[in-house]
Design a protein around this ligand. Sequence first.
Ligand code: MN
Length: 498
Amino acid sequence: MPRKRELAEYEAKRDFGATPEPPARAARRSPSRKASRFVVQEHHARSLHWDLRLERDGVLASWAVPKGIPVDPKHNHLAVRTEDHPLEYLTFQGEIPKGEYGGGSMGVWDRGTFETEKFDDDEVMVTLHGERVHGKYVLFRTRGNQWMIHRMDPPEDPDRHAPPNDLRPMLATLAAQSPAGDGWAWELKWDGIRAIGYVDGGRIRLVSRNGNDVTRRYPELRRLGEELGARDVVLDGEIVAFDDSSRPSFELLQRRMHVESDSTIRRLAREIPVAYVLFDLLWLDGHSTMELPYAERRKRLRDLELNGASWQTPPHEVGDGRATTDVSLRFELEGVVAKRLDSRYEPGRRSKAWLKIKNQLAQEFVVGGWQPGEKGRTGSIGSLLVGYNDGDVLHYAGKVGSGLSGAAIAELERLFSEHERDDSPFGAGRVPKGVRFVDPVLVVEVRFTEWTASGNIRHPSFLGIRSDKDPREVVRERPVEIGANGDTMQGDARVPRV
Ligand code: MN
C-alpha cells in the first residue's frame, strides 16, 4: 500500500532519539469533515524553504517550496515533492538538531483548511483558507519530484507589486555646519560602501552605488535574507568593516572589495567580517515606503528588529544632534548626517533634506596619472595625480603620495596596466612633468586639509580605492551654508571642526 511505504520513507530518514519531530504512525483515516487541513512551515535548514503539507488519506502530502507560496499569478514557484509526513506534523515546530535530516529551526508560518478540486499524482488543485494565504492554487509536476506551484486567483492585494530593481541610494549634500532648529534626525556617517539590499523569498541581493551586484563578496550577509523570511523589503545601508577598537575602517574594507575567488571570499569573511548598518527602508511587503516621511520609514525599519551579528539598525537622534556629533568626534569618525524628519526618500538624488557634516575634509577623486616613487619606490607608484569633473573637463587637483601602502600600490598597478595612455586626461589645472597618464576610470578617496584658490588640495592623504563609485559622478564637493532656520544656501566655506 503506497501510503504506508511513503511514511516508511519519513521514518527511515530520521533518528527519533535525536529529533523532536513526531514519530511516524500508521496512516489513519481522517475523520470525515468538510475541509482538510494544511500547514506551511518556514524551515531554516541548510537552505531556507517553506514546506507546504496537505492532509490526504491520513498523511500529509508535502512539498518544499524554496521561495515560498507565490502571491502573484504571474510568478510561479518551484515546489519539490518530499516524503509524506504524519498528521502530527500539522502542529510541529521546533529545533531539529544540526547534523540530523533537515537540521535547523522549523516554525509554523501558516495553517488552515483547504478544499480539493483535484488530487492526482501529477496535479493538485486546492483552495487554501489560511491566516496568511487565501486563494486557489495548482501544483503540477514538471519532471521527477520537481513541481511548480501557481496561484490561480488574482493577487490578494491587487496593489501589491515588486520594487524596481534599479533603485539608487538617496545622497546627502555636504554642509558647512550643522543645521539648527527642530525637525532633524541625526545619524553617524559610516565609512564603508553604500548598498541597497533587496530581499525577496528569503534571499538578499546587495547592489552598490554604481549598480554592481556585490552580494557574493559578503557571504556573511546572506543570513539577513533568511532572517526576513517571507517578508519582501528593500533596505538602504552601509557595509562597514570595524577595526580592533570598533571604529569603521575603510582601509580594512578595501581588502574585501576587490576579491574574486570564492575561497578567498570565504576566508576574508571570517578574518575581516563586515556589518550591514541599516538606516532606511524603501519597500515593505509589496508597497513602496519612499513616499513616507523619514520618521515613519525609520519606525517601520525599527519594527523589523534587524539586529544580528552581521547587521544592525542603530538608533537615530532627534533634536540638536549634540550626542551624535560628540560620538563622531570622540571616535574620530567621518562625521554626521542630518536628515529632515518630514522628508521623503528620493532615490538617486543628492538632496538638501539630507546633510552630511564632516569632521575633516575628504572626498573622492578621479585618478588621471601617476609618478614613480623615489628611493625605495623607484619604478613603482610613488604618487597619484587626481582630479575632479568640472563640466566636461577633468580638473587636476593634486598629487597624493602619503597613505599609499604596498597592498594598495600592487592593486593600483594591476588596475593601471590596462589603462595606460600617452596624453593627459586632465583638461584644466597645472599638471606636473614626468607623469604616466591613465584613463580616468578609477576613483580614490582622499583626505586633505583645504582647497587652494586655484582648486588644488593641500596635504592630501590616500584613504582607499572606491570601486563602488562612478568616475563621471566625481565633482568638487561644495558645502552649502546652513541658515538659522535650517534653510540651505549654496556656499564654498571651509568645513569647520565642530
Ligand atoms: Mn523542509
